[in-house]
Design a protein around this ligand. Structure first.
Ligand code: NAI
Length: 468
């Protein structure tokens, strides 16, 4: 039996960051990963999808920059094989980097499948086929989440696919039906739309990107529709039949007894993820597991004090950056430092076209809480820099307390929204007032000026739009 300070189960953005931090804090740590370090995010989620998103954006820019006086002789072509190779190279570089960081910080890595056998013991079936037992003061559960499958659309890896297959397609589907108008459905829907697929999105609720203000998601929807996408809301895919030519006829339930049929070549199912808390032996050692989640407190402890949980498996939101921060906190706690999860906001970044990014309360959430608020909005179309990059769709929105002017939330839909939101997150963490943002000199000409103007707009004196 091997003795450690900590065994971390799962090598995704939660587990590997936790292991690195534990190593930095001179804790003897082993990270157990059953596939490849980096987890879903690095191997087939965030990183590969962003590579494809950037390729599709560049492809569109190459075709659509005539207004800038830029035209291409002949047609702009794409080579999916080469694109996949490039994407694979990025993933390989990053996973190699993570292995190096683990090693460099003294954290061991074991490839194998782990099972918790006691409050301080973990059994691992290694890749080599041996079974090893690890004893540790602390066990960290960082096992992430798995794509939800719809029973009537069982994945076949070819025509009925999830996000994992969708970032590795060898050909661009002629017609793609996306079930679920959430984050994955729209990000990948936008990619294949730019490469020429006819896209239909079927979303069960009345709005795309549930949880995001409707005026924000409407900007993404409008652009997708302008480029030919068909968006079916309040609709569910009920089943499908395979046609003689290999295509699929998908039956769509529109509610109130009405149905429609959509013919497509590929169905991307993106209806959410379920947490991987079951089947790890946790219940047997007394750890509470709720619908697959392993809940933990502000220090990441489950109801069994030596067992911690971080990332997707510990609760919503299922975001890589939340997992990493939780990993850092738990590492500090295990090393005996004073640490806790006490952030004000976990920003969200959605890489659609245009991008969407949020931090803190949305306008709709603030109103639902009965808060007395003021809202400042500023359009990208009023920014010289947005015109210069030829991307003027969207706006900045700030939500603040009506009387104190304390910032409560930021939403951005538009170019580079996912980069711009970090300033909003910092402002929320610092408990900034609209005056703090409005009085901060933002360099000109930049997209970031929109945040300053929205804050001033909230106070009734934006400079570059008329205040109403
Ligand atoms: P999601 O929860 O974002 O969206 C799922 C959508 O499917 C929802 O709009 C839901 O109403 C709809 N839906 C559910 N059942 C349906 C049905 N039977 N028919 C039609 N629509 C249905 O989940 P998604 O997009 O699969 O993403 C999974 C997770 O991955 C999320 O938790 C997300 O936070 C995370 N993620 C985050 C990214 C980012 O932050 N950029 C990128 C990709 C994933």
């Amino acid at each position: 039996m091997k003795n450690y300070d900590a065994v971390v189960i799962g090598g995704g953005p939660g587990g590997y960051v936790c292991s690195i931090r534990l190593g930095q804090l001179k804790q003897k740590v082993v990270c157990i990963e059953k596939e490849e370090v980096g987890g879903v995010c690095l191997n087939w989620g965030c990183v590969p999808s962003k590579a494809l998103i950037s390729a599709s954006h560049t492809f569109e820019k190459m075709k659509d920059s005539a207004i800038m006086g830029l035209t291409v002789e002949g047609t702009v072509k794409h080579d999916v094989g080469k694109m996949q190779e490039w994407k694979g190279g990025i993933v390989k570089k990053l996973t190699g980097g993570v292995r190096g960081l683990l090693r460099g910080n003294g954290a061991e890595l074991v490839i194998g499948e782990a099972r918790v056998t006691g409050p301080n013991t973990v059994e691992v079936k290694t890749k080599e086929g041996t079974v090893e037992t690890f004893q540790a003061k602390a066990i960290v559960i960082a096992t992430g989440a798995t794509t939800i499958e719809i029973p009537t659309f069982k994945f076949d890896g070819k025509q009925i696919i999830g996000a994992k297959e969708a970032v590795s397609l060898k050909e661009i589907p002629k017609r793609m039906l996306v079930i679920g108008g959430g984050v994955i459905g729209l990000e990948l829907g936008c990619v294949y739309q730019k490469f020429g697929s006819e896209i239909t999105v079927v979303e069960a609720t009345p709005n795309l990107l549930p949880g995001i203000d409707t005026d924000v998601s409407a900007v993404v929807e409008k652009k997708m529709v302008k480029h030919g996408a068909k968006i079916m809301k309040n609709a569910k895919a009920a089943g499908y039949e395979k046609n003689a030519d290999g295509s699929l006829s998908v039956r769509i339930d529109l509610g109130e007894g009405k149905f429609d049929t959509v013919v497509c070549d590929t169905v991307l199912v993106a209806v959410g993820m379920r947490p991987n808390g079951a089947g790890l032996g946790l219940e047997e050692v007394g750890v509470k597991v709720e619908r697959g989640f392993v809940p933990s407190d502000k220090q990441g402890r489950t109801n069994v004090p030596s067992i911690y949980s971080i990332g997707d498996v510990s609760g919503q939101p299922m975001l890589a950056h939340k997992a990493s921060k939780e990993g850092e906190v738990v590492a500090e706690v295990i090393a005996g430092h004073k640490a806790a999860k006490d952030w004000v906001a976990i920003p969200g970044a959605i890489f659609t076209d245009p991008e969407v990014a949020v931090a803190g309360l949305t306008e709709e959430q603030a109103k639902a809480k009965g808060l007395d608020i003021r809202v400042g909005k500023f359009p990208f179309a009023a920014l010289g820099r947005a015109m210069a990059v030829n991307e003027t769709d969207g706006f900045f929105k700030v939500v603040a307390d009506k009387n104190t002017h304390e910032l409560l939330g930021v939403q951005i839909v538009g170019p580079s929204a996912t980069d711009l939101i970090s300033e909003g997150a910092l402002a929320l963490e610092m408990r900034a007032f609209l005056e703090d943002i409005g009085l901060t000199i933002h360099p000109h000409p930049t997209l970031g000026e929109g945040f300053m103007e929205a804050a001033m707009g909230g106070l009734g004196h934006a400079v570059h739009i008329l205040n109403r």
